[in-house]
Design a protein around this ligand. Structure first.
Ligand SMILES: Nc1ncnc2c1ncn2[C@@H]1O[C@H](COP(=O)(O)OP(=O)(O)OP(=O)(O)O)[C@@H](O)[C@H]1O
Length: 309
């Protein structure tokens, strides 16, 4: 299902939680809404689901204007951060709900349960499951009816780091195999870049850039995007942005002092001060705090707002 948003605005009182958003999501895309807390991601997702009503603009699914249709008429399925499983129903009963009344309901549920490796949990209650198991059940419930649009609101945020890692791989695989258009909300730029076909970066209710992960990483249109995408965040020195990976330590025309060192597993992140300025760089070897180092910067990012200077 394709998704089109035309100048969609949602107000809470005077505040525009979503401010004139226009967007086109292709059929079969895994599309991510990425932005800091409060930027309007969840509100935008809920508008697409029909759980919120737009004050202005249009929402068009597969060419049909659904702006005033209720969620049940939109053929979308949503996975929430807290999974929203019914606590007094077993896993099996939770999974049967979306296909209630279908003749082959049980076989559909068994297929999805096998796929997500939760077949041995069907008689359990959600409260007796781990976070990762609940997350699989929630995904299974959303998939059982094969929606035409899959909406996921931070579905991995309650999981520990290894589980997040395997679960995002699972989501990516499920999405690729099923080809179901998916909108995925996260505030985690690493997760967004790992999972997305395309990313919309949001700030204060607006979309500030849309592009493939490589595009937003390599060609951020403004300082906000630049400092939000990539880890460690880009630093701004002398009105230009510098990424740690573009700093070469140990040689070059610049002189600095090592201020701090973080171990990152395969390398070290080194904080280097040059007078008042501080940049970050990677190093294979561990420098000593207080050492003098030479360095050079191989790439600078310039943004619109600075070009005038
Ligand atoms: N029901 C509501 N009533 C009033 N204000 C709301 C309501 N829902 C959201 N907001 C406000 O709208 C803005 C956007 O919220 P939203 O939940 O969409 O952000 P978000 O980007 O999803 O943030 P987070 O990552 O923290 O979930 C916030 O300032 C929030 O306080």
């Amino acid at each position: 299902m394709s998704v089109e948003l035309r100048s969609v605005t949602k107000r809470y009182g005077d505040y525009k939680a979503v401010n004139g958003v226009s967007l086109h999501i292709e059929k079969g895309e895994l599309f991510v809404f990425l932005g800091p807390s409060g930027s309007g991601k969840t509100t935008l997702l809920r508008l697409v689901a029909g759980l919120e009503k737009a004050d202005e603009g249009k929402i068009i699914l597969d060419g049909t204007d659904v702006t005033s249709l209720p969620p049940s008429k939109r053929n979308v399925s949503m996975v929430f951060q807290n999974y929203a499983l019914f606590p007094h129903k077993t896993v099996l009963q939770n999974l049967l709900l979306p296909v209630e009344g279908d003749r082959d309901a049980l076989s559909k549920v068994r297929d999805v349960a096998a796929k997500l490796k939760i077949d041995d949990l069907l008689d359990r209650y959600p409260s007796s499951l781990s976070g990762g198991q609940q997350q699989r059940v929630a995904l299974a419930r959303a998939l059982v009816k094969l929606p035409r649009l899959f909406l996921m609101d931070e579905p991995l945020s309650n999981l520990d780091a290894p589980l997040r890692f395997s679960a995002r791989h699972l989501i990516r695989e499920l999405q690729r195999e099923s080809g179901i258009t998916t909108i995925y909300v996260t505030h985690d730029q690493g997760e967004a870049m790992a999972i997305a076909d395309r990313i919309a970066i949001m700030n204060r209710g607006r979309i500030v850039q849309v592009g493939a992960p490589e595009e937003v990483y390599n060609e951020p249109t403004d300082q906000f995007v630049a400092s939000f995408i990539g880890y460690p965040p880009m630093v701004i020195v002398d009105s230009v942005g510098v990424r740690a990976e573009d700093v070469v330590l140990g040689q070059g025309e610049r002189n600095g002092v090592v201020k701090d060192v973080e171990f990152m597993g395969d390398r070290y992140l080194v904080y280097v001060s040059e007078g008042e300025k501080e940049i970050m760089a990677f190093s294979r070897t561990k420098p000593k705090i207080g050492d003098n180092v030479r360095f050079s910067i191989t790439k600078f990012f310039k943004f619109e707002e600075f070009r005038a200077h």
